[in-house]
Design a protein around this ligand. Structure first.
Ligand SMILES: [Zn+2]
Length: 480
């Protein structure tokens, strides 16, 4: 079946870079793009009217954790003074006794919700870290039902983190835990690569530079080469990690990865905030940016997660200028890749003290071409003949946008997920008129609210203080 999308502003790809075609058209047949240009005169089976809209390649989210919604904000409240805003450790580590209550994510509600949530912001490909760790088969089935493109695998590490009754962090190191985790990840990669009609790709996800031994990381690289899959690892994610690695190895996390031969173009580093020269690291030695750039590794940048904590990458522009491929992710909640583009731009301006930094062109490239490069796909993140028919249509004809001269600047400065009208993956329409077509959203959101209540109620069972969620994190105003 041949479908023609009548823009609007079509973001075509000329082989080198994006270019905007005013009143352009995109024609796709089944899962591939057939034509991008000004006019198409041959017959088609179906027409999609998108005048007044931006017709964009579907966005690529390169750092995503499903199931994080109701409980997620707990992890981002930086109220534990001995953790230096190391958010996931501050609240993410349970007590030993409460460990089984710490995560209430489930495939049917929490994870399904997260996938639909991100799809609704125009993301057509996600890189989900650790999602299938709990229930691989139902997870893969759910991803297939949602219809999004997904690169994933279970996460693994040597360490388990716990809090003692005083709130001190305890690390349980265990070589076997790491190697068994890697084995499971290899089995998942073999079994599910190409699942969901080819929309699922697999990767390896060792946890963090301070939660894996160098041996586990070396084994990961070897396995990735054998499997022909890519690797992503949380790197320079917080100051605890920076100093733990520094004490153990006399290297920064990035220097350690270089030393053990881990870095190359098949690897991406999530977050990568606390590098040499970052104002919080107070470490003026070495040149982490150059190490990453020389290696060809990519960075998956999720600006909102850090802005919530009063931290910025220093800076998006400096990383680009160093020659690093920077892609965008959402990581935390809410998951809105369009807003992440704006956050990346504004955070770069703030870090660089320059309003010329964080250009809309560069953050848009990061959410499209940068993401595709990170996963090694030259048929995603672009609208070009032969590319996958992964298309996002955003309405720009709205009071919120006013008069539109440059649709990319308009998108980055004003757009949010609620402006997304249609999302097409593999030539299939998953979202139309802003509504997900494969499920009743109202019913899902009722289940999500119930799940949220369950998460909040469980907090005293696993949190080291034993206190209720309202005692730990009082609401903005008194509630009755
Ligand atoms: Zn993460």
């Amino acid at each position: 079946m041949k479908t023609l999308v009548q823009g609007g502003y079509v973001v075509g790809f000329n082989g080198q870079e994006h270019e905007v075609i005013k009143d352009g058209v995109v024609v796709f047949e089944n899962d591939r793009i057939l034509f991008v240009g000004k006019e198409y005169s041959e017959p088609v089976d179906k027409k999609i009217e998108a005048r007044g809209c931006l017709v964009s390649p579907g966005f690529v989210d390169t750092h995503f954790h499903s199931g994080g919604n109701a409980g997620d904000y707990l992890l981002n409240e930086p109220d534990k003074p001995d953790f230096f805003a190391s958010n996931y450790l501050a609240h993410g580590a349970p007590t030993r006794e409460g460990a089984q209550h710490a995560h209430l994510k489930d495939v049917d509600v929490g994870q399904r919700f997260s996938f639909i949530h991100i799809l609704k912001s125009g993301v057509t490909t996600i890189l989900e870290v650790g999602g299938p760790g709990g229930s691989p088969e139902p997870y893969v089935e759910m991803v297939g039902e949602v219809g999004i493109r997904c690169y994933t695998g279970p996460s693994y590490k040597n360490v388990d983190f716990f809090h003692d009754q005083e709130g001190r962090l305890e690390y349980d190191w265990n070589d076997q835990r790491g190697s068994e985790g890697l084995k499971k990840a290899i089995a998942f990669a073999k079994k599910f690569n190409g699942a969901c009609n080819g929309r699922m790709g697999t990767m390896l996800f060792p946890g963090h530079v301070d939660s894996c031994t160098p041996e586990l990381l070396k084994d990961t690289k070897k396995a990735a080469k054998e499997l022909g899959v890519r690797v992503q690892i949380h790197t320079a994610i917080n100051l605890i990690e920076f100093h733990t690695v520094m004490r153990q190895h006399r290297s920064t996390p990035v220097e350690l990865l270089k030393k053990i031969g881990f870095l190359d173009p098949e690897v991406s580093l999530s977050h990568c905030i606390f590098l040499t020269g970052h104002s919080w690291a107070a470490y003026p030695y070495g040149d982490d940016l150059k190490i990453i750039a020389d290696s060809g590794a990519s960075v998956a940048h999720s600006p909102l997660k850090y802005l919530k904590l009063g931290i910025t990458m220093e800076s998006f522009d400096r990383y680009l200028k160093a020659g690093i491929n920077v892609a965008l992710g959402t990581d935390t909640f809410p998951k809105d890749i369009i807003s992440e583009m704006r956050y990346a731009a504004l955070a770069s301006r703030f870090a660089d003290k320059s309003f010329t930094a964080g250009h809309p062109r560069d953050v848009y490239n990061a959410a499209t071409l940068g993401g595709a490069k990170l996963i090694g796909r030259d048929d995603l993140g672009r609208l070009q003949k032969g590319a996958k028919a992964d298309i996002t249509i955003v309405n720009l004809k709205d009071i919120a946008f006013g008069a539109v001269r440059d649709p990319i600047k308009a998108l980055v400065e004003t757009g949010t997920s609620r402006d997304v009208r249609m999302v097409i993956v593999d030539g299939e329409i998953l979202l139309d008129n802003g509504k997900f077509l494969r499920l009743n959203e109202d019913e899902l959101i009722d289940k999500v609210q119930a799940k949220g209540e369950e998460v909040w109620k469980s907090v005293p069972k696993w949190h080291w203080t034993g206190k209720s969620v309202d005692e730990i994190l009082p609401p903005a105003f008194k509630m009755s």
